[in-house]
Design a protein around this ligand. Structure first.
Ligand code: TXA
Ligand code: MG
Length: 341
């Protein structure tokens, strides 16, 4: 398997991608959040190949992508062992559908139809209907759901354009379907449906505040960070490592610049908005994520800038910070992980 270039997502290319998937091959697919590394979710060998291609531990489950809320039904179980509907679960499931297609993933009890490899043996499945015309068209063409993690090597930065996938996984995929730059630029928000109320497993492209208008209060598990004494969110998704989404270079949030090692002379800066000249002159390299400091745009451009920072001629990166509300919560979650050592 392998490919040398990305393929613009024409109708013909989408058909070809569906054929590759049906034959058990891996295809990189565009979504509104980040690019995914897709396989036929009903083919255990193809699913196993995802883990091999990414270097991902087989204990870390995958998201099942489907074309519509109705197409999700065969893969979830909303009833108890006697086959009776579970009212709170049905109700939360209906709330979920109001965010689909969109960047929301839900963890729900799985039906027996879901292959063990997808869920890493768990009795729940993570599922979403992505909101990208190319991906939706592909899902409608395929008679199976597409299992897909982000299309990066395990623990590196998620890809937000087709070229990012080409650089890292070209030899692992039959095709890279180019659907343009990802509109959100951060992964989907993941919640777990639960009798006590939905629980946040990963902050992402849909802010909690939006979820709360439909689901009511969203529970965010909190813990005290042993080193700093800070209260931080603990994420229960198995793939959420403290250090993740990291560039190879050391990165520091702005404000702790006084703790930059003295040996570092050439400092790069990722700024959310344009810097004043006297500020800008301090840096060997600068990426500006948004002309107006708009956080949606910051989210969209963040991962691309982390990749450029790795290639830039500097020894360390300082990055802006923002309030942890709205989309700012997901932005800061990713920055925390990228800065973790
Ligand atoms: O935006 C996205 O969600 C992208 C696009 C491609 O859809 N996908 C993505 O997949 O970010 P991945 O594999 O990089 O992250 C999925 C996360 C992992 O942290 C995994 O542990 C968690 O979802 N997850 C999957 N199934 C789960 C389950 N049954 N219970 C709890 N967490 C689960
Ligand atoms: Mg990922």
């Amino acid at each position: 398997m392998g490919c040398h270039c990305t393929t613009p997502a024409s109708a013909e290319a989408i058909q070809q991608a569906a054929e590759h998937l049906a034959a058990g091959r891996l295809v990189a697919v565009p979504t509104e959040t980040v690019y995914g590394l897709g396989a036929d979710a009903t083919n255990p060998q193809a699913v196993a190949n995802i883990f091999r291609a990414k270097g991902r531990p087989s204990t870390n489950p995958l998201i099942l992508h489907v074309a519509s809320p109705e197409a999700a039904s065969p893969w979830v179980r909303l009833t108890d062992s006697a086959g009776q509907p579970i009212p709170w679960l049905q109700q939360q499931w209906e709330c979920t559908a109001t965010f689909w297609p969109g960047p929301l993933t839900v963890v729900v009890p799985k039906s027996n139809a879901v292959a063990d490899g997808v869920t890493a043996g768990a009795d729940t499945v993570a599922i979403r209907v992505p909101n990208h015309p190319v991906m939706l068209s592909l899902l409608q063409t395929c008679p199976f759901p597409i299992a897909a993690p982000s299309a990066n090597r395990s623990n590196y930065i998620s890809p937000t354009r087709a070229e990012h996938v080409l650089a890292a996984l070209a030899d692992q995929v039959a095709m890279i379907l180019d659907g343009g730059d990802c509109r959100c630029g951060l992964e989907s928000t993941i919640i777990r449906l639960a009798a006590e109320g939905v629980e946040l497993l990963r902050p992402g492209a849909i802010p909690i505040e939006s979820l709360e208008t439909v689901f009511g209060p969203v529970r965010v598990p909190m813990a005290t960070d042993s080193t700093e004494g800070n209260v931080t969110a603990v994420m229960a998704a198995p793939g959420m490592m403290r250090k993740h989404y990291s560039p190879a270079k050391p990165m520091y949030p702005v404000g702790v610049s006084e703790s930059l090692p003295v040996a570092i002379h050439r400092v790069g800066r990722i700024a959310f908005a344009p810097l004043a000249d006297d500020q800008a002159s301090r840096y060997a390299w600068i990426a500006t994520l948004s002309e107006k400091g708009d956080l949606e745009e910051v989210a969209r451009n963040l991962y691309g800038a982390l990749r450029l920072a790795d290639a830039a001629d500097c020894d360390a990166i300082l990055i802006d910070v923002c309030e942890r509300t709205g989309i700012g919560r997901a932005i800061m979650d990713r920055i925390d992980r990228a800065c973790a050592r």
